[in-house]
Design a protein around this ligand. Structure first.
Ligand code: AHR
Length: 370
């Protein structure tokens, strides 16, 4: 992780760092795709060191439900150190919405300088975010979004385009089936994430759109796996018991659910893999965390659509911009890649644009930091 002093130095550091953007994590993906990670010249992996008074930052954390979340939490802890000029207060909501509401109020009472806000679900935030605004505390939303009337409920927001992620996964499935000449109907089951979270809403909506455009894709069952391995396995066991050989593909809304689903598939005597014509169950997943990519390398996950977790450095840069009096855009999306060990498709089309499917290798996995 690189570090730069904030304010006037930030621009210089930014220019220097842009040259070496490909050192770790999603940055490896950035190099592979030739894309920058944000539209606002924030630099992945670049910590903005605060050289003024120590800033107190309250982190409204979701929990530790997934590998992705652990990588996200780690990145925030490592960026917001005292050495870098921050005092980080963490409130772990353990996936409970009420705990997050309480955490926002506690941070307001403690008069923190900034709130890092990562909501479990989109709804139910009107009152507490209004209280933060009244107290004059900037709320920086990231990862998941909120659904509130006030457009400026968060001072700024940075996160994933979950609908695009889902569309890319469905576009891959469509292109893959076409490349193999598979024309029969396809029995699909769907393991959703935490209901009401942006990640679930976007990825589910994308699948619904794809199902509407593909009458030959039959949705057999849909249940929430709450983004965890244990629940992912539990619902896959249930789906296999209910639909058995009819299941040809499973759309898992994150890697941990895919780990659980793969365990269940094996225990049922089936094989997770892309060869559906021979009875394998094709697994689609999101996140591209290390273990997810290892399973992708062996084809047990056929395609893994990335969700970038390393927000710590980006959030320090956002704070440094706000400290410098900059007005930031209401929303910024991070750029994300897609990985598969299969040769085809090498490219997919989603939202009227083409995206490369990055051919996964051991070296690529090793070059990533999570
Ligand atoms: O909000 C990001 C999602 O939440 C990730 O896909 C998932 O792994 C996490 O728990």
């Amino acid at each position: 992780m690189k570090r730069c002093a904030v304010m006037n130095l930030l621009k210089l550091c930014t220019i220097a760092a842009a040259v070496e953007i490909c050192c770790s994590g999603s940055a490896a993906m950035a190099e592979a795709t030739g894309q920058t990670q944000t539209g606002e010249s924030l630099i992945p992996g670049e910590v903005a060191v605060n050289e003024g008074k120590i800033l107190t930052v309250g982190y409204v954390m979701i929990g530790a439900e997934s590998d992705w979340r652990l990588a996200c939490n780690k990145s925030i802890r490592e960026a917001f150190t005292r050495e870098n000029g921050y005092s980080l207060l963490i409130s772990d909501a353990q996936q409970k919405h009420e705990k997050q509401i309480k955490a926002v109020r506690e941070f307001i009472n403690q008069e923190v300088d900034y709130i890092l806000f990562n909501p479990i679900v989109e709804s139910g935030w009107e009152a507490s975010l209004e209280e933060a605004a009244e107290a004059g505390i900037p709320v920086i939303g990231f990862d998941r979004e909120v659904d509130v009337k006030a457009k400026d409920a968060c001072t700024t927001w940075i996160g994933s385009d979950f609908l695009l992620e889902g569309r890319k996964a469905c576009a891959w499935l469509e292109a893959y089936l076409e490349s193999t000449g598979y024309e029969d109907s396809l029995g699909l089951v769907h393991i959703q994430g935490t209901m009401g979270s942006s990640a679930q809403i976007g990825r589910t909506r994308a699948l619904d759109e794809a199902l509407a455009g593909h009458p030959e894709w039959k949705l057999l069952d849909r249940q929430s796996g709450d983004f965890t391995t244990a629940k992912g396995k539990e619902v896959m066991v249930d789906m296999l018991a209910g639909y058995g050989d009819e299941i040809q593909a499973v759309y898992c809304e994150n890697d941990n659910e895919a780990y659980g689903a793969i365990e269940a598939i094996r225990e049922a005597g089936r094989i997770p893999g892309p060869d559906i014509a021979s009875g394998e169950i094709l697994v689609l997943s999101f996140d591209a965390a290390r273990n997810g990519l290892l399973l992708t390398l062996t084809g047990q996950i056929a395609v893994n659509t990335e969700c970038a977790p390393e927000y710590g450095p980006l959030l320090t840069q956002i704070i440094s911009r706000l400290e410098g009096g900059d007005k930031l855009p209401a929303r910024q999306y991070v750029q994300e890649a897609q990985f598969s060990a299969l040769e085809h498709p090498a490219e997919i089309y989603a939202d009227g644009q083409s995206y490369p499917v990055i051919k996964l290798t051991e070296d690529l996995i090793e070059s990533r930091s999570y």
